[in-house]
Design a protein around this ligand. Sequence first.
Ligand code: ZN
Length: 377
Amino acid sequence: MINRIKKVACLLLLVTSFITVATQSSHQIAVTQLSKNVYALNGQGFGSNVGVVVDDDGLLLIDAMSPGEKNHKALMAALRTISDKPVKFVINTHAHRDHAGGNQFFADLGATIIAQSHVRYIPKTSNRYKATYNQILAADHMTITFAGLTIDLYPKMSHTHHDLIVHIPAADVVFTGDNHATDWGPNIGATGLKGQLALLDFVMSLTTNASHVVPGHGEVTNKAHVLAYKQHTKKWYQTIANLYKQGKTPAQMLDNADLQQSIAFFAGEGDNEGYLKPENIQRRIQRTLSGFLPNAIVIDDLAHYQGLYIQQDGTNLIVKLINNKLFAKVDGGFMAQLIPTNERTFRLRGWGENEVVEFTLSPTKQVTNATLHIEAI
Ligand SMILES: [Zn+2]
C-alpha cells in the first residue's frame, strides 16, 4: 500500500539486481514478469501496455488500457493471473483514452487515479475522462512507496503536455508512455522535435544497458532501442524538413529511401500492417509538417490579444507578443506559439489540432477573454 506520497528533491539511487524475464500468455494479454513484484502487460488489441506493481493487499497499475467492457474484462482476467487483490492506484502516463480509458472502471471499484497536473486543462465536458483523471495530480517530481518500492513520477511534456514518466529504480524499469514504442512512431508531439529528443535523453539517463523499458505500445525493450528510436526520430524530421523545402508533397515524400528506412524501424518486427498503410504514414508526415508550416491566416494587429486571462480553475493564462509572434504561457507550465486559424481561435504550434486558445471578442472586436482548451485525442 502507499505509505507516503511526497515530493523529493533528488532521485534515490538504488543498486539494481539481475532479473529474469519470464513471459506467459493468458486471456489474450501477454504478461511479462520484470522483477519480483513488477509486471508488464502487452496491450495490443486492448489499448496501451500496462505496468503492474503487486503488494500483499493490492495492486498499482501504470495505465489502464482503452475504455469498454471487453477491454476491462481482458485486463481484469490478466491481473487475476498475477493476484486476486484489488487495484488501489492507477497512474496515467498521459490522458489519451487508450491509456486512461480504464480510469472510470477502476475508480468505481475504489482505485485512486494519479495523473500529471496539466490534465486540468482538458475540458471537463470531455466524456472520455469524467472526474477520474484528477484525484491526485503530480505537478513536480513525486515519489510513491508501494509494495516496498520507490516509484518516481516525473511530469514531462513531449508526446502530450500531460506526460508522466514512471521509474521504479529497484526493479530497474521505466514506463515511457507514448514517448517511445516498438511498433510505431515517430511521435513528435506537444513540444516538437526538441522536446521529444530531450525526453528520450531523459529516459536514457534513468537506464543502463540491463534496464527494462516499457513503451506505451509494443514489446518490453531496452536502452539500445530508445537510442535507435531517437536517432530515427531525428532523421525522420530532418528528411521531411529537407523534402518540404524542395516542394515535395507528403505523398511524394513516401518514396524517399531515408524515410523508408525509418518507417521500417518504427514499424518494428511484428505484424504492423495498420501502421504501414500509406495513408497512415502520410498523416504522420503531415503532423510532423504542422510543426513548421506557416500561419493559417495573417492577423495584422496581434498586440491587442495580449493579456492575463484567469481560467476557470484559477490558473493564469498569459498571452504575450514576442518578436511579433504571439505566445501563450500557463502557470508553472508550458509556453507555446499561437497560430491563428481565425480571429478567435488560435492553435498551439506543433501541438495536436484540437488544442487551442479561444478568444472572446466584443462587437467592437475588443478581446474580452481567452480560454485554453486541450482536448485529449
Ligand atoms: Zn498517446
